[in-house]
Design a protein around this ligand. Structure first.
Ligand SMILES: Nc1ncnc2c1ncn2[C@@H]1O[C@H](COP(=O)(O)OP(=O)(O)OP(=O)(O)O)[C@@H](O)[C@H]1O
Ligand SMILES: [Mg+2]
Length: 232
């Protein structure tokens, strides 16, 4: 089973957009992926709730909810035979929460927007992943996604320069496109839109999907559930 964690404490960087589009992609491939929403805002859960039974199946787990009638382990249980778990995380995750969130992750995706504020926040996030969560560059687990990119802009060039200094691979560059907004409104992923309308957007996803298929080189990922995050 592959666990993909989408993480960046900076709000609005594209975590949910990437998580739901990955879930939609794998569902369209005939897998029944698990989408685990740790964000109390419940954006991934709301998106999944818009899908009907005729659409490719995604198993949603509202990890942000607490149900005192059942154990946490039971609440977070993954159905047998699941091949892929995609974890959407909230904004403002603290450095000390990162080890728990990433311990069992096979792949960690950090979306970053091309803006000075976001670049600065991303730099901190990557530092915390390396130093606090002890994710090693050589693990091949950590990848950056440049999101909402408009090429040939000064901020995009600045983002590329910054990412070069981090020595973390940029595994995808996703266009700034209203298709993401329209798809999300209808409980869809880009894969489920009219191919002609989204061809340019989807082209940006291929390198990410290819990278996800390259196994991480970390020795063994401990089994188990991500422990509850203490949030109000
Ligand atoms: N590539 C893109 N092109 C256009 N709009 C995008 C793109 N990526 C994300 N968005 C839009 O940006 C907004 C924020 O994205 P999203 O909710 O995915 O970020 P987030 O990191 O999950 O935010 P939060 O930290 O609040 O959970 C949403 O309205 C989303 O539709
Ligand atoms: Mg979100």
């Amino acid at each position: 089973m592959q666990r993909i964690v989408v993480l960046n404490p900076k709000g609005g960087s594209g975590k949910t957009t990437i998580a739901i589009n990955l879930a939609s992609h794998f569902a369209m491939q005939g897998e029944r992926p698990v989408l685990m929403d740790y964000d109390p805002q419940g954006s991934s859960a709301r998106w999944a709730g818009k899908r009907d039974k005729t659409q490719a199946r995604i198993h949603l787990i509202k990890a942000f909810e607490r149900d005192p009638r059942i154990t946490r382990t039971f609440q977070l249980r993954i159905p047998d035979g699941t091949g892929r778990v995609i974890v959407d995380t909230p904004a403002a995750v603290e450095a000390q929460e990162m080890p728990e969130l990433t311990r069992s992750a096979d792949k960690i995706l950090v979306p970053v927007l091309p803006s000075d504020i976001d670049i600065h926040a991303c730099s901190r996030c990557v530092q915390n992943l390396l130093l606090v969560a002890k994710v090693h560059r050589s693990d091949n687990r950590l990848g950056i996604i440049a999101n909402r990119v408009r090429r040939n802009t000064v901020t995009y060039q600045a983002l590329l320069r910054f990412l070069g200094t981090l020595r973390i691979p940029i595994i995808a560059t996703l266009r700034d496109s209203q298709n993401y907004v329209h798809a999300a409104e209808s409980g869809l992923g880009l894969q489920e839109m009219k191919p002609y309308d989204v061809a340019e957007d989807l082209a940006g996803w291929q390198s990410l999907l290819d990278w996800l298929e390259v196994p991480s080189t970390r020795r063994s990922a401990p089994a188990g559930v991500i422990q509850p995050m203490c949030r109000a």
